[in-house]
Write a protein that binds this ligand. Structure first.
Ligand code: BTN
Length: 318
């Protein structure tokens, strides 16, 4: 576990014009030696970043890369009550926040790479360096965990709003309970882990993984997937997305903490990727037509008999 070093971020910014920059001039801009620059370049290469280096010319990124900038994120979020940490490398941002003992603290952990990124149902979450967004938010609630049923729905809505806010108009939907999908390919996933406390309080560790600039497949990924760069054909600035995501999470989580899911139900049908489709939940135990969700965030399923049942959790397939 290592916090992201400012110099690494600065070097990525200098190189982001995709021109050659020599070690001396980079070093001067940063106030460090040429060999310190070289060490950082080596580090980027160890993370799989392709950099060409030519004697006399310097270094050049072979592919676009802009690292997360903790200073910029903290400045733009502008909320001293939220602790924000950006890690160069971590096992999993969710696992890390679960160990933090201060239950009252709103705490965000973001990472450039997760070595043991976790998905739902015990799956792995592919988390290559510098490409996607891996963000977890420890959020305290003055509510019992039993009242947090619809939380992952809200988080999915915040992710959609953030993507829209940075100018991406593609019709991305939510596949209950919390997958972001584009043309039936997974774009983001949410892993909410709840911890209960005395006095009917609780803390949610909200983990969000958004495929942002990832283009290359991996055997770790078992579902059909896409990324924002695949959808738009453009390199996406993850800092902007990250800031928009935190703003939207703050806004929606505050409403959810006060009023629950009811203020959001009328928006659900607009983004519901399952509505009206015949789906199967929990390995074919239930098959029927998806009819939206209720105030507890449960999926409503109309069975062949005409009866509508509410399903609390599970995997859906169309
Ligand atoms: C899913 O299976 O759809 C949920 C994926 C959640 C991935 C995110 S990335 C940030 C956070 N840290 C993790 O280890 N997992 C979540």
């Amino acid at each position: 576990m290592k916090l992201l070093a400012t110099n690494l971020v600065k070097i990525s910014k200098i190189l982001s014009d995709l021109n050659y920059h020599d070690g001396d001039s980079i070093g001067k801009k940063l106030g460090v030696t040429r060999s310190a620059v070289w060490k950082n370049i080596q580090k980027l290469e160890e993370y799989g970043i392709k950099i060409s280096s030519i004697k006399g010319k310097g270094y050049q990124l072979e592919e676009q890369l802009l690292l997360l900038d903790a200073e910029e994120i903290i400045k733009e979020v502008a909320n001293p009550k939220i602790k924000i940490e950006v890690f160069e490398e971590i096992n999993s941002t969710n696992t890390y926040l679960k160990t933090i003992e201060d239950f009252e603290l709103r705490h965000i952990a973001i990472a450039e790479i997760q070595n043991i990124g976790r998905g739902r149902m015990g799956r792995n979450w592919h988390s290559p360096f510098g490409q996607n967004l891996y963000l977890s938010y420890a959020y305290p609630f003055k509510k019992d965990v039993s009242e947090l049923g619809g939380l992952s729905i809200i988080v999915g809505m915040a992710a959609l709003a953030a993507i829209k806010e940075i100018g991406i108009e593609a019709s991305i939907g939510l596949k209950w309970p919390n997958d972001g999908v584009f043309e039936n390919h997974k774009l983001f996933g949410i892993l909410v882990e709840l911890q209960s406390e005395a006095n009917s309080s609780s803390r949610a560790i909200i983990g969000i993984g958004i495929n942002v600039n990832m283009l290359i497949d991996s055997p770790i990924i078992t579902q059909k997937w896409t990324s924002l760069q695949k959808i738009t054909d453009k390199y996406i600035d993850r800092n902007k997305l990250c800031i928009a995501l935190i703003h939207n999470l703050n806004a929606l989580l505050e409403i959810f903490a006060k009023h629950g899911l009811k203020d959001f139900l009328n928006q659900w049908h607009k983004i519901d990727a399952l509505y009206g489709k015949e789906i199967t939940i929990n390995n074919a135990k239930n098959t029927g037509i998806a009819k939206g969700i209720n105030e507890q965030g449960q999926l409503l399923l109309e069975l062949k008999t005409g009866e509508v049942i509410a399903c609390s959790s599970g995997e859906t397939s169309i």
